[in-house]
Design a protein around this ligand. Structure first.
Ligand code: TXA
Ligand code: MG
Length: 341
């Protein structure tokens, strides 16, 4: 199959592909999604095959407007408030599914479903014109960093999907916050741009933000948690601000080049400007989130580079999504294990 890259004015071709039961990658404000008609079980099945994704890991259903949610999920007062406050935007809500509305291919057989209205006009037009909500996991091969430009999607999935709607680079760069609203206490299952504090402010009730690890044989509450995500092919280590001096000495003592990913202030402080194997994360934590996955992919493509050192951000609620994705890419490895004597 030849994978097309469609610009905004070629939207009708993407709509036709979805209506035929094909796969179309779409841009959002977070990362690119891999779209298929959520009501077409066969099309949804192809999403798992194209990604190489375990089929018990359920999908997010993307809608063009809050009304569309009623076709397959049950809203409640919490979801109404959060939709009002944050949609369109990077907040995914877990709600009870309308019995019989969706196949188990979408929900992983759970009685809940994840829903989100992306903040991207082109993609909402795709959903509206195809007249169906779209499932949309991140449009990467399972286990690879999520795609933030159309070319990342093409790299992973060309030949396996009908096409990619090219909306340029995504603004936020890490996936949406996932909040479970099907429980007694609203619970953040995956940190994202929208913080637990911001959600609690809107709901006027406490929000659970704890992360809990799920064993492989457990039927997971947050199914995504048991899979290793965002893993590039190289060894990744997290570096705290005050570890960079020693980390750079270590890197320079290696025979093979070491990839360094850090913010501009650190690049200046350590006189790394203009050097090879340095990937700028931009001025601050926000730009770092937007550039994290692209940087990991950049060094993945460099055959000489075996090791990548990446700046951790201060542990604030706003930075939780960045640090969470970095921690997963690093498999929890900290540079202190390399530089300790
Ligand atoms: O920003 C995003 O959310 C992107 C863009 C494309 O919208 N999508 C995305 O999808 O990250 P995906 O499939 O990579 O992540 C969906 C997460 C997974 O961790 C999955 O386990 C969880 O949501 N999830 C889906 N349905 C669920 C459910 N019913 N209960 C609990 N977790 C669920
Ligand atoms: Mg993903």
């Amino acid at each position: 199959m030849e994978t097309k890259i469609w610009k905004a004015d070629e939207l009708p071709a993407a709509v036709r592909a979805i209506k035929r039961g094909g796969l179309v990658a779409f841009p959002t404000e977070t990362v690119y999604g891999l779209g298929a008609d959520a009501f077409n079980e066969q099309a949804v099945g192809k999403v798992y095959a194209a990604k190489g994704r375990p089929s018990d890991n359920p999908l997010i259903v993307h809608v063009a407007d809050p009304e569309q949610v009623e076709r397959f999920a049950k809203k409640n007062t919490w979801s109404d408030k959060l939709m009002q406050a944050f949609w369109p935007g990077p907040l995914t809500m877990i709600l009870p599914v309308q019995p019989g509305a969706l196949s188990a291919t979408v929900t992983g057989g759970l009685d809940t479903v994840a829903v989100r209205m992306p903040d991207n006009d082109l993609t909402r037009a795709l959903i509206r014109d195809a007249d169906t909500p779209l499932v949309g996991p991140s449009a990467n091969t399972s286990g690879r960093p999520s795609p933030t430009i159309a070319q990342h999607v093409y790299h992973d999935l060309h030949g396996k999907i009908s096409g990619i709607l090219d909306g340029g680079s995504t603004r936020i760069g890490v996936e949406s916050t996932v909040i479970d609203l099907s429980t007694d206490v609203p619970t953040v299952l995956r940190p994202g741009k929208i913080t637990p504090e911001a959600i609690a402010d809107v709901l006027g009730v406490p929000v659970e933000a704890g992360q809990h690890a799920v064993k492989a044989d457990e039927v997971p509450k947050a199914p995504g948690m048991k899979y290793r995500h965002y893993a590039p092919d190289k060894d990744v280590y997290m570096v705290e601000r005050d570890e960079w001096t020693q980390a750079i000495i270590w890197a320079q003592s290696q025979l093979a080049p070491v990839g360094l990913m850090l913010t501009n202030d650190l690049i200046l402080e350590h006189q790394l400007a203009g050097m090879d194997f340095v990937w700028s994360l931009g001025p601050d934590a926000q730009s770092a989130a937007a550039k994290l996955f692209a940087g990991l992919r950049f060094f993945d493509e460099k055959p000489d580079v075996q090791t990548i050192l990446v700046a951790k951000m201060p542990e604030t609620s706003e930075n939780a999504a960045y640090n969470n994705r970095l921690n997963k890419a690093a498999g929890g490895q900290d540079v202190s294990s390399l530089i300790a004597d």
